[in-house]
Structures are given as structure tokens and as C-alpha cells.
Write a protein that binds this ligand. Structure first.
Ligand code: GLU
Length: 477
């Protein structure tokens, strides 16, 4: 069997979002699992839509997510160039082959004339087909007019590794444009030429191309090309409803997720899970596991729901699995101002106690700043707490006063011993006849004024006796 070669073929028209990365990831996995090649090809034939810098951004995003390609515009390869605007001669060569074979012709009509045909079809309630207006005598194609494919309409049934078998009648086929009058090919033509020249074995792409499949199949035949494996990705749906994902609900730049404190591992894991699972309950997959376990046949046909809460959960799972040293390195850009200045030893000490609760690295300041600076009491947190709002302010203060007395009986050494402070807290619980969420919740707020914090013995150890007492007193007053 020939080597598996997959490609990711984005147009540099903006940043890549989750959907684009998923296509790239699946193509990457298919290549890696069979020791094949993963190729990046930039499809920049629509110069009007091009966005400056988008090409760099695409390459940067792929590298950032560990989707390193074996051939591409910046690294070259045996079938380059990998940027369509640099391959115009190739398309011309293939276009002329079709002209010679009588399978392509210059389009003689002005846009207004085509519009008139279209209007006529609408008036007659018939679908517009360009091929019904094929010119009798064809002009010589000199590049000044668009070049159209002379289709041979027929029924097709084809197989898609994800979507299964599809069927379309001859009416789905028309004489589409191969080369535009600006000398650039259309996507419809260029991708087939390039996939052939680059010996691509698997075409993995989004759903927007599925309705053009009959045209593509017709062109493969006209060019005498072997067809690759086709695999169409399911839509990614917004968190609620049935709309496709939009920028508002998560279709943002993937690099933004990294800046927002998501780990690469979690992002890849999450993106792979958008429409794929291995048939078991397993949810956390490393890249190596994805490479081993992924299969196109297990990609679902229906839309995949984008659930940001799930991404956050997954990220938390990945954060927990990191070694302390690794976590420390990854957090380096995420500390708050005071945390940054506190130095590596203190940072590691604190990371150790917050690791369990850290969902995204961007939560780090909120979760740790109170270790570095005395927080300002914010009683609205207490008032909004389900358990604590049942108590009057006096009752809340009474609990803090009892804690103050109990903590005053411990010395500096005792504070370093989490067993000792836990014991002290337990007997305080008995004495006040309170409940853990109430008593401990109240002390936690007084010490941190943060929505989440580590266990009290850990917090008290890291704050030390003096600071703990200062904060309790501040809350009381
Ligand atoms: N250039 C196309 C796009 O960005 C790629 C489609 C394909 O993968 O063939 O949508």
C-alpha cells in the first residue's frame, strides 16, 4: 500500500478556530498513526479574501498545538511549493490538458448575460444550470475569460469514511469554473490538482464541500485521477440550540485559548472529542493515545456540541496530572503582580496547594493573590453564600471570634503542622455546635475573601499564625 498522506488546506482569510483545528488534528492523527505524512497547503487563490498575516498565524497555531506538519510553505518538501498562489503554472498545465481533451472551454458570456440566464430559470421555476447554455463554438482560451469544465452529468454514489454512502443525481453536476480570468484557479479545480500532485490519500474537510462532491467526482474522472478517501467532518454546534458555532460561543482564535490559560494537552483532547470517541467511557486522551486510538470510522455524523464547561473540566483534569515542576513552568506567565515577585520557592509552595482547584491557568491570580497581599473583606460573598446567608451578621462574627480565641492558643510551630490545625478546627466545630460548611466557610472567607481556596489547614500553614490572626481580626472589626 502507498504511504498515507493527509493535508490541512486552510485559506489564509483569518485566524483558525476550533473547527479548523479539528480538521487539522484529525488529518494529523490519520497520518501519524500510519507513519504517513501530514501536509500543510495554503489555499490563497481568492486574493480578495486574503488577510495579511493569516498564513503566519495558521502556522503558529498548528505548531502551538503540536500539529507539526512534515511538508509546508515554510519548510518545503518534495511536492512544493505549498502555497497555491505559487503554483499557477501547474494549474495552467492541467487546465490545458482538459482543453486539449475537449473537457474545458472558455466562458464567452459577460456576467450580465449569465445573470439573465439565471433570471430566466427563476422565472420558469427551473434550477439554473450553466451547462444548458454551453456556447456552440468555443473560443480559444487565452486566459482573458474564465475557463469552464465541460461536465458529463451522471448519477453518483460515493463513500465517505465518516458520512457513509451518499447519492446524487445528474442535476447536481454543472460546468463549473476551473480558472478565473485573473489567472487564478478556483478552489474546486486547484484542490483536486494539488491533492493529485501531492499524492494525498485522504481528503479530510468540512461539510461545506459535500454538495460539490458530484462535480469533483466528475472532474476526477475527466482528469483520469484515482480518488482519495473522503472524510467529511460533522458540524460543531453552539452550546445550545442547533446553530453552528459562531465567534460568540467559542469559535475564537485557538491561540486565544492558550492565552486564556488552557493547556495544549487539554485543547487537543477537547477538540478531538468534538465528534469522536473511542467507544468507551474514557474522556482523557493524551496525544499518543489519540494517535493510537483515533479512527475516521468512529467520527460521528451528527453535529458535535461545543461545551466550554467541558473544556474547563478537562483542563482541570490535565492541570492535576502535571508534576509540580511542570505546572510551575507553565504558570510563569499567569501569576498576578504580587505572585510574580514572590519567587520560585514560594510560588511552588502555593501551586502545590491550589493545583487541585486550578481549572485554567488564568485563574491563578484569583486563586493565589490572597497569599501575597492582605485581601479587602467583601461581605457580599458571605451574603450570597447559600449556607452562610442563613446566619445573622452577629452570628457570623461570633464564629470568627471563637476561631480567634482558638487560634491564639496555637503557636507558630503549630501552624506549620496541618494535623494540629485540623485538630483545633475540629474541636472548635464541637464547641460552636456549627456545621463544617458554615464554620469553615466563614473562616475561609475571613482569610482569603476568594470564591475558592484550598483547605483551611493548608491556607493557615501558608499564611502563618500572625497573618491568620490579623485577617480574622480585620474581618471581625
Ligand atoms: N481551502 C479550503 C478551506 O479553507 C479547504 C478545504 C479542503 O480542505 O479541501 O475551507
Amino acid at each position: 500500500m502507498s504511504e498515507v498522506r493527509t493535508r490541512f488546506a486552510p485559506s489564509p482569510t483569518g485566524f483558525i478556530h476550533v473547527g479548523g483545528i479539528r480538521t487539522a488534528l484529525f488529518a494529523f492523527l490519520v497520518a501519524r498513526q500510519s507513519n504517513g505524512k501530514f501536509i500543510l497547503r495554503l489555499e490563497d487563490t481568492d486574493q480578495k479574501r486574503e488577510v495579511t498575516g493569516a498564513d503566519q498565524h495558521i502556522m503558529k497555531s498548528l505548531h502551538a498545538l503540536g500539529l507539526n506538519y512534515d511538508e509546508g510553505p515554510d519548510i518545503g518538501g518534495p511536492f512544493g511549493p505549498y502555497r497555491q498562489s505559487e503554483r499557477l503554472d501547474t494549474y495552467k498545465k492541467w487546465a490545458l490538458k482538459l482543453v486539449e481533451a475537449g473537457r474545458a472551454y472558455a466562458d464567452p458570456y459577460a456576467p450580465e448575460e449569465i445573470q439573465a440566464f439565471r433570471n430566466e430559470s427563476i422565472a420558469n421555476k427551473k434550477p439554473f444550470l450553466y451547462r444548458n447554455h454551453r456556447p456552440e463554438n468555443s473560443l480559444v482560451w487565452d486566459g482573458s475569460k474564465p475557463l469552464r469544465f465541460k461536465s458529463q452529468p451522471q448519477d453518483y454514489t460515493w463513500h465517505d469514511a465518516v458520512m457513509g454512502n451518499s447519492h446524487a443525481g445528474a442535476e447536481a453536476i454543472d460546468d463549473f469554473i476551473l480558472m478565473k480570468s485573473d489567472g487564478f484557479p478556483t478552489y474546486n479545480f486547484a484542490h483536486i490538482v494539488d491533492d493529485a500532485e501531492m499524492q494525498i490519500t485522504h481528503v479530510i474537510r468540512g461539510q461545506e464541500f459535500i454538495s460539490s462532491m458530484p462535480n469533483y467526482l466528475n472532474l476526477y474522472e475527466a482528469l483520469n485521477l484515482e480518488k482519495p478517501v473522503f472524510a467529511t467532518m460533522p458540524h460543531i454546534l453552539a452550546e445550545s440550540g442547533n446553530k453552528k458555532l459562531s465567534k460568540r460561543d467559542g469559535a475564537k482564535d485557538v491561540l486565544e485559548y492558550l492565552r486564556d490559560g488552557f493547556l495544549v494537552e487539554a485543547l487537543d483532547n477537547f477538540i478531538a472529542s468534538l465528534g469522536w470517541n473511542d467507544g468507551t467511557e474514557q474522556e482523557i486522551f493524551s496525544m499518543n493515545e489519540l494517535i493510537t486510538k483515533f479512527s475516521l470510522e468512529r467520527v460521528q455524523r451528527s453535529g458535535a456540541r461545543f461545551d466550554e464547561k467541558r473544556l474547563i473540566w478537562m483542563n482541570g483534569q490535565w492541570v492535576k496530572q502535571l508534576s509540580l515542576d511542570d505546572l510551575f513552568v507553565r504558570c510563569s506567565d499567569f501569576w498576578g503582580e504580587n505572585g510574580r515577585e514572590s519567587g520560585p520557592d514560594r510560588q511552588k509552595e502555593i501551586l502545590k496547594v491550589v493545583q487541585e482547584r486550578l481549572k485554567t491557568l488564568a485563574d491563578l491570580p484569583a486563586l493565589t493573590e490572597y497569599f501575597f497581599v492582605r485581601p479587602t473583606p467583601d461581605w457580599s460573598m458571605v451574603d450570597e453564600n447559600k449556607q452562610l446567608k442563613k446566619l445573622s451578621r452577629t452570628e457570623q462574627i461570633e464564629l470568627l471570634k471563637a476561631a480567634e480565641t482558638a487560634f491564639e492558643n496555637l503557636d507558630d510551630e503549630d501552624f506549620l503542622d496541618e494535623g494540629k490545625t485540623q485538630e483545633c478546627l475540629n474541636s472548635l466545630l464541637e464547641r460552636t455546635k456549627s456545621k463544617p460548611p458554615i464554620l469553615f466557610g466563614m473562616i475561609r472567607y475571613a482569610l482569603t475573601w476568594a470564591p475558592f481556596s484550598p483547605g483551611l489547614p493548608e491556607t493557615m500553614r501558608l499564611l502563618g499564625r500572625d497573618e491568620t490572626l490579623v485577617r480574622i481580626k480585620a474581618a471581625i472589626s
